[in-house]
Design a protein around this ligand. Structure first.
Ligand code: G3I
Length: 412
């Protein structure tokens, strides 16, 4: 755990840097005048991805006429913060401008290649990694290519896109990026087969992005899926991470972070937005900061995982103790407060870290010895000989929806 380390960093970016990785966020140019947003952006993140500003509809609204105003704004903001930029996305069936949607065949193919050449040339030298092709595989369980107008230009459209991007900006890492490829399944295996073929034939590809738009679970083979791609000789990156709010949000974020840390070629993690109110998943509160910009339990879970990994030189690292499992059982709820009990299994002497969402506050505890971090939101509860369960009362203070999150359980 972080507490066992001499120097646990206190921001996502610094902690990730200590492991040799970046920690990024998707950002919107239209939000760069929001001071809460820019404060978190400049403090916590070492990489940015433009959420929409470098897509085809944004950068080439009419054929042959390029508009880089918003994309350039993001790049200059990133440069002034010392952040790297992931370019997103050169070729994608979605968010194509209307004029391109009406094209097909060789006309569309040459328009696509011209688009890639122009955009990658404009940003040459400023982009760490490009999502060259986005979401080209179907969700049919068969591993088929998605049936799009781009696909109909010929099955070699993906490699043609990668070759055009390499020619335009030889210094950028070139990634294939997709969703629902986060575990071993027909879709991820089809991408795997394509990457293997590209490597064998010398088609320029350097990285694979795993979007990781997750619900209430994470595939059990998440890490081994990343590893099998890395073993092909490409970097892997978590490119659009967000997780539905629910009982497991913090632990899923922690699991994903640890998986990246355990794969030496997993070079970084990007979350798809900063605050819950910035997310495309309206109402799901899937990000690391609440809508007011407060750190959530999920944030602490990621930070702790990064700090636990920082001694591993990018290759994992331990948590300084044996494992245990802490299970939350909701208790009585009153108008102004509620009870929670936590049962610990797997160790008789334990330390459980519980993270609360402000402005909620724990007002009393039982059957353990509690200490608090400076913010008052993170409680470290140690066993005191009273058994395998402890409990506490939390006052709502105006937030009746948030619930405590278990950030870690360490036995000794
Ligand atoms: O900016 C206009 C605004 O002027 C207009 O009034 C409004 C009316 O619809 O639309 C606004 O644009 C929206 C834009 O987001 C900015 O908010 C678009 O309609 C909307 O389609 C667009 O959605 C984006 C979506 O991609 C489009 O497919 C999301 O922001 C963006 O988060 C999302 O990101 C994708 C990745 O690129 C690829 N992977 C999946 C991921 C989530 O869908």
């Amino acid at each position: 755990m972080a507490a066992n380390r001499a120097e646990a960093a206190t921001t996502l970016g610094a902690s990730a840097t200590a492991t040799g990785r970046y920690f990024g966020a998707a950002i919107a140019a239209s939000k760069l005048s929001d001071t809460t947003y820019t404060r978190i952006l400049s403090t916590e993140f070492t990489s940015v991805t433009p959420e929409n500003e470098m897509k085809w509809d944004a950068t080439e609204p009419s054929r042959g006429t390029f508009n880089y105003t918003s994309g350039d704004r993001i790049v200059s903001q990133a440069q002034s913060n010392g952040q790297q930029v992931r370019g997103h996305a050169l070729a994608w069936h979605s968010q194509m401008p209307g004029w391109a949607q009406s094209l097909s065949g060789s006309t569309l193919r040459s328009a696509m290649l011209n688009h890639i050449t122009n955009v990658a040339t404009h940003y040459k030298g400023k982009i760490y990694a490009w999502d060259v092709v986005n979401e080209a595989f179907a969700d049919d369980g068969q591993g088929s290519r998605r049936n799009s107008s781009l696909q109909q230009t010929g099955n070699d459209w993906i490699e043609a896109a990668f070759r055009a991007a390499r020619a335009a900006d030889p210094g950028a890492k070139l990634c294939y990026n997709d969703y629902n490829t986060d575990g071993v399944n027909a879709k991820s295996t089809a991408v795997y087969t394509m990457v293997k073929d590209f490597k064998a034939r010398g088609v320029p590809i350097d990285c694979v992005g795993f979007q990781s738009h997750l619900g209430t679970g994470v595939p059990g083979d998440y890490q081994s899926n990343l590893q099998r791609f890395a073993d092909l000789g490409v970097d892997v990156q978590i490119t659009e991470l967000d997780v539905a709010q629910g009982g497991n949000q913090a632990s899923i974020y922690g699991t994903v972070t640890k998986a990246c840390l355990a794969v030496s070629r997993c070079t970084g993690i990007t979350v798809w937005g900063i605050r819950d109110s910035d997310s495309w998943r309206t109402g799901e509160n899937p990000l690391l900061f609440d809508s007011s910009g407060n750190k959530k339990a999920a944030y602490t879970s990621v930070l702790n995982a990064l700090n636990a990994g920082s001694g591993g030189g990018g290759g994992g690292g331990g948590n300084g103790g044996t494992g245990c499992t802490a299970t939350v059982t909701p208790g009585t709820v009153w108008g102004d407060r509620y009870n929670t009990s936590v049962t610990v299994s797997g160790a008789s002497t334990w330390t459980v870290v519980v993270t609360m969402t402000a402005p909620q506050k724990i007002t009393s505890t039982w059957n353990g010895t509690a200490t608090w971090d400076a913010s008052g939101n993170v409680m470290t509860m140690k066993s005191n000989g009273s058994g395998a369960a402890f409990g506490f009362t939390t006052s709502f203070n105006g937030n009746t929806t948030a619930r405590p999150q278990i950030s870690s359980c360490t036995g000794s």
